[in-house]
Ligand binder design. Sequence first.
Ligand code: FAD
Length: 460
Amino acid sequence: MDAVKRLPVAVIGAGPVGLAAAAHLLERGLEPLVFETGTTAGAAIEQWRHIRLFSPWRFNLDAAALRLLEPTGWEPPRPTALPYGGELIDNYLAPLAALPQVASRLQTGARVIAVTRQGLDKTHVKDRDTTAFTVRVEHADGETRDHTVAAVIDASGTWSRRNPLGTSGLPAIGEEAAADRISAPLPDVTGRDRAAFAGRRVLVVGAGHSAANTLISLADLAKEEPDTRILWAVRGASAGKVYGGGDADGLPARGQLGARVRRLVEAGKVELHTGFGISSLKTLPSHVAVEAVDGRTLEADVVIPCTGFRPDLNILRELRLNLDPAIEAPLELGPLIDPEFHSCGTVPPHGAKLLAHPDKDLYIVGMKSYGRAPTFLLATGYEQVRSVVAALAGDQEAADTIQLELPDTGVCSTDAGTSCDVPAPASANAESAGSGCCAAPEPVFIGFPTGLAHGRSGTS
Ligand SMILES: Cc1cc2nc3c(=O)[nH]c(=O)nc-3n(C[C@H](O)[C@H](O)[C@H](O)COP(=O)(O)OP(=O)(O)OC[C@H]3O[C@@H](n4cnc5c(N)ncnc54)[C@H](O)[C@@H]3O)c2cc1C
């Protein structure tokens, strides 16, 4: 058993939370082994580097990471500024990943394809808790290798798994075949990806913040490229959720964003199709025909899916997990973040205890720990990994002492738009919020609290 404890701790993903886990492990004298499928740290954020965060710098930096960076002469960003995704990478993640003590433990181009207990499949219980993990990795050299580790921290995010366009949680018939006509979830339509959208019929699908921001960017593009046609399909009977309260909205930035989208629709610049639950996509030589359950069809050159994300649980299939059946977050966390029932600020800070699974020393953290809920915040993830690493180091007291300060300006959902979980002004506890939520200036991602006061049974 002691021999197992001396093995490295695998961290899956070198996003902000995975790198923070590595920093905490180093600080505790544990050996991180970080596997990142992309070619650089922050590979998922690289895809949305043109998007501005809604939380300011001071909530986007991990304390242990700062303790590694500060002695190197690294220049901290202005704490109150709202960084773009690209700035989060260039000014924080890249310098952190480049530190010799981190770089030497980070393997890029290394995709984790499975995790199990060494020599034990899921059905075997004997000695399970004291058996090492095997992490199977496809490496950049084309080889697949097994790595033996003491513990696993899965910080692989959800970016690679967007929700399908089809209703019922399944891909629409023909969706996979139409892949060439479906863009990434948050394309840079006025910048890097402009050519794919300029002068084309673009169908935006979804009623969250990705959709709102994308529609506004497309409208900007259409000013310069007048042949650009913008179609917008939402499943609900109206786009009211996106519009929010307009100028009277309690959350000004949200109101402004919604009001801008409403004006675009009213001016005929965005063609809105409500009640459009997608059943199939037919790929034709020059375009794709997107069909609704009720038989209506929209023709588009390219479709932008703004349908939210879900975790990839396949890599953990041989492990014993305890997940909320709806949200796919750790069982006890699920009810606290279920967007069907929760509005801003209802997520208490949490750590190793809440994140534990029946398979000891396995933790899902970061964006992935929120499963299908869209309200994860970096500050939450940094506290998760501080607590998890303390638990792995045997410091149960530190693991159980949760210390979390959350943003007091902006928060919220990144998509799928039903809730946001933040602002607890000047409080160490994430309870409260509501009216102060989402108040950051544009262009940022802001959340749409549902305003629902009730919860699932047994939750608030
Ligand atoms: C547009 C947008 C704006 C956001 N704005 C904010 C904000 O303002 N404030 C805030 O607090 N939060 C914000 N979030 C939410 C959240 O903080 C971010 O998504 C953040 O990137 C999550 O960090 P993470 O480390 O958990 O996951 P990620 O950043 O997604 O990192 C996961 C890493 O794991 C890698 N990976 C995936 N699968 C594997 C595998 N099988 N093997 C190896 N590596 C793998 C990925 O390549 C990636 O680098 C935003 C999210 C989005 C999408």
